[in-house]
Write a protein that binds this ligand. Structure first.
Ligand code: HEC
Ligand code: HEC
Ligand code: HEC
Ligand code: HEC
Ligand code: HEC
Ligand code: HEC
Ligand code: HEC
Ligand code: HEC
Length: 468
């Protein structure tokens, strides 16, 4: 039985420009063609026949996956397909479909001898076997817990204001789905998905591929701003646009190709490896006395995305459990790798004033107007069925955020033209419509709910059952 003995495997992979050749000492399938990269390395390790079967059969069937894996640090360290995809027979996420691959006598590895349960889903729990710190830190972050946060505070979900397809292809693509299996297959309403807070069938949260795409799993990719910009963009959270506008982004554009992106994990150093910070440098990578962290919620002293900005420890849906001053000092430690203390302190003085300006001049009076209108029943209870509600939502969710985020990350165009300037316009709209209703005493025109706005209002039990 091949399954009983471990065979010593030596694969020598030599990938040459244009026509690549892949030579293995064991039975080799035809080599994939047209691979442009030049790279040579050896994998030497005991692999079980089952683990070898994954590599060999997939080399033929999905050469894109195979080659990508051979180029990863994992392949260099002999971490095989099986190390990540193997499942226990009783696991909820076992691919029943995949067992058919072991009933294909037309394939060299398509027999029962090589049969192993596999799962297409590889979760933070799976990675935690070898990367426990990263998984632990990630698990505490707002990234990992965003499905809970969303369901606690977002009217789109709690009031069923959008449809399932709008959610699945919109919200959940960034935030994450609650994975489900139906008939041994992952439910297409929940898969494929690599949202930051995906709820996995093993109970773990998130998907490490949101920043490190498989099968390269590269630190270089995660250190570049584009890795974050896929989700952090657009009218309501334009961090990538803000970054590209900032001096730091300008420096990245000019000098990024000279940065040492491949610096060993945890050693990426300001000044040595890069001369202008990226999203990762400020929010995740180590600097001075501050250690690398997979919890991007660290280092923050405000909840800038909230309607009314509060301190992270006072953010009721998900209090940080830390003190804002402690976290601000961590961020400042990053800045002082390249700046003087005065420069950095003065930056924060301005940010704090922007937060207060937004709250005092725009948010609080507009909120008071809305409250009065609800009280006098000139508006229906909050539902997004009246124009005024949308205007108010955009005041805090769009331009109000842009003003705050722009100031936090040094983008004056976002602070002013896309921010405070637009706040003024929207504020006038809200107040003018509000005063008109108060003057006439006539209820605002209400729209019928959108026909597709039938999304379920039930909080996912996978997240909430465990919590009262
Ligand atoms: C005999 C060939 C063969 C072997 C051996 C094999 N696979 Fe596959 N596997 C396939 C093919 C073909 C598909 C694509 C099936 C499809 O497109 O529906 C696939 C699909 C998959 C999927 C996606 C499954 C899903 O439900 O979406 C994963 C993950 C996977 N294989 C991993 C592995 C791992 C890990 C091993 C080794 C334990 C392995 N495979 C061994 C041929 C094989
Ligand atoms: C370091 C862990 C790791 C290794 C090693 C690994 N994978 Fe994966 N694989 C993943 C992750 C993560 C995903 C994305 C699934 C997810 O988001 O949960 C994935 C996805 C897949 C998929 C589904 C992707 C799709 O687009 O349909 C297949 C098939 C697959 N892997 C096959 C393989 C094969 C074959 C090997 C070995 C050559 C391999 N994997 C090695 C972690 C790994
Ligand atoms: C069986 C152990 C094992 C598992 C499981 C595993 N890894 Fe790794 N990983 C390693 C080892 C060992 C290295 C270091 C390789 C080296 O530096 O040569 C590594 C390196 C990395 C790196 C750094 C790559 C670089 O460019 O320096 C990342 C990122 C990474 N793993 C992510 C993941 C993710 C995400 C998962 C789960 C999908 C995962 N790993 C699963 C063992 C594992
Ligand atoms: C393009 C990706 C993307 C889409 C699509 C998306 N979001 Fe978000 N969402 C984000 C990002 C990024 C943030 C973080 C904003 C920040 O901190 O500036 C966020 C923030 C939030 C927050 C605030 C969380 C907090 O801690 O206060 C909620 C609630 C939310 N989104 C719900 C939704 C809902 C519901 C939908 C669909 C109707 C949706 N999002 C669509 C990326 C997305
Ligand atoms: C929000 C984006 C993001 C997500 C999601 C993410 N990582 Fe990372 N990861 C990074 C960044 C950025 C670095 C580079 C840190 C540095 O500069 O050294 C990194 C580095 C790593 C490294 C190299 C060692 C280290 O800690 O620096 C490993 C291993 C790793 N990640 C594993 C994981 C695992 C496992 C998961 C899922 C639990 C995960 N990552 C999810 C952004 C992410
Ligand atoms: C797949 C989408 C996605 C990617 C990729 C992503 N994020 Fe996020 N990020 C989100 C969402 C969604 C939230 C909102 C979480 C919440 O508050 O509920 C968020 C929130 C944040 C926050 C605010 C956390 C807080 O406590 O308020 C920071 C900071 C952040 N992300 C940084 C990053 C960085 C840096 C990267 C890249 C290394 C990155 N993100 C990559 C989706 C993403
Ligand atoms: C120069 C350092 C720096 C860079 C580069 C940077 N940020 Fe920030 N970021 C900050 C600071 C400072 C804050 C405000 C921190 C606070 O609350 O005290 C912030 C706030 C945020 C927030 C708001 C969190 C909340 O409260 O809602 C998000 C999200 C975010 N950054 C994501 C990103 C992304 C994505 C990138 C890259 C496109 C990026 N940042 C680049 C320093 C940086
Ligand atoms: C890796 C080095 C590095 C780090 C880390 C860094 N910066 Fe910078 N920063 C620079 C450089 C270089 C400039 C360009 C200065 C110039 O104009 O010559 C700059 C410019 C600035 C500017 C001027 C923006 C303008 O448009 O006038 C501000 C403000 C600033 N940084 C604040 C910060 C803050 C706050 C942090 C930490 C959250 C930080 N920086 C982190 C290198 C860095």
């Amino acid at each position: 039985m091949p399954g009983k003995t471990l065979k010593r495997l030596l694969i020598t992979v030599v990938l040459l420009g244009g026509g690549g050749t892949v030579a293995a000492q064991e039975q080799a399938s035809p080599p994939p063609a047209n691979h442009p990269k030049v790279k040579a390395f050896r994998i030497e390790r005991s692999l079980s026949p089952q683990a070898l079967a994954c590599i060999e059969c997939h080399r033929a069937h999905s050469p894109g996956i195979f080659i990508d894996w051979t180029m990863s640090r994992h392949a260099g360290a002999s971490i095989s397909c099986l190390d990540c995809h193997q499942a226990e027979p009783f696991d909820a996420d076992v691919s029943q479909e995949h067992f058919k691959q072991y009933e294909r006598s037309d394939q060299p590895y398509g027999t029962r001898d090589y049969r192993v349960p596999v799962s297409a889903v590889v979760t933070p729990k799976d990675c935690s076997r070898c990367h426990p710190d990263e998984a632990l830190q990630y698990g505490r972050s707002k990234h990992a817990n965003t499905v809970e946060i969303m369901w606690k505070i977002d009217p789109w979900l709690n009031q069923g204001l959008n449809s399932e397809i709008e959610r699945t292809s919109g919200c959940y693509a960034c935030h994450g789905t609650v994975l489900k299996m139906t008939d041994g297959r992952l439910d297409p309403a929940t898969w494929p998905n690599v949202g930051v807070g995906r709820i996995n069938l093993d109970g773990s949260k998130g998907s490490c591929t949101s920043c490190h795409t498989r099968h390269r799993f590269s630190v270089m990719e995660a250190r570049k701003p584009g890795a974050c910009g896929q989700c952090h963009l657009g009218p309501d959270h334009p961090q990538i646009e803000i970054y590209m506008e900032s001096k730091h982004g300008g420096i990245y554009e000019a000098f990024g190709d000279q940065y040492n992106w491949e610096g060993a994990p945890g050693t990426w150093t300001a000044g040595v490896d890069y001369r202008g910070p990226t999203c990762a440098s400020c929010h995740m990578s180590g600097a001075g006395r501050v250690a690398t962290s997979h919890d991007a919620s660290e280092r923050l002293s405000w909840e800038l995305q909230a309607p009314l900005t509060v301190r992270p420890e006072a953010f009721a849906p998900f209090p940080s459990g830390s003190g804002w001053q402690v976290e601000r000092d961590k961020m400042k430690e990053v800045c002082i790798q390249c700046h003087g203390k005065g420069w950095v302190d003065d930056h924060y003085t301005k940010l704090d004033r922007v937060v207060l300006e937004y709250a005092g001049t725009y948010y609080t009076p507009a909120r008071a107007m809305m409250d009065t209108l609800y009280e006098k029943q000139l508006l229906d209870p909050p539902l997004f069925n009246e124009r005024l509600e949308i205007e108010f939502y955009e005041l805090w969710h769009h331009e109000g955020r842009r003003a705050r985020m722009g100031a936090a990350m040094m983008a004056p165009d976002y602070t002013w033209w896309h921010g405070f300037y637009e706040c003024k316009k929207r504020f006038m709209d809200v107040m003018e419509r509000g005063r008109e209703l108060l003057r006439t005493g006539k209820k605002a025109e209400a729209f019928e709910p959108f026909p597709g706005g039938t999304g379920s209002r039930e909080k996912p039990p996978e997240v909430f059952a465990a919590k009262p």
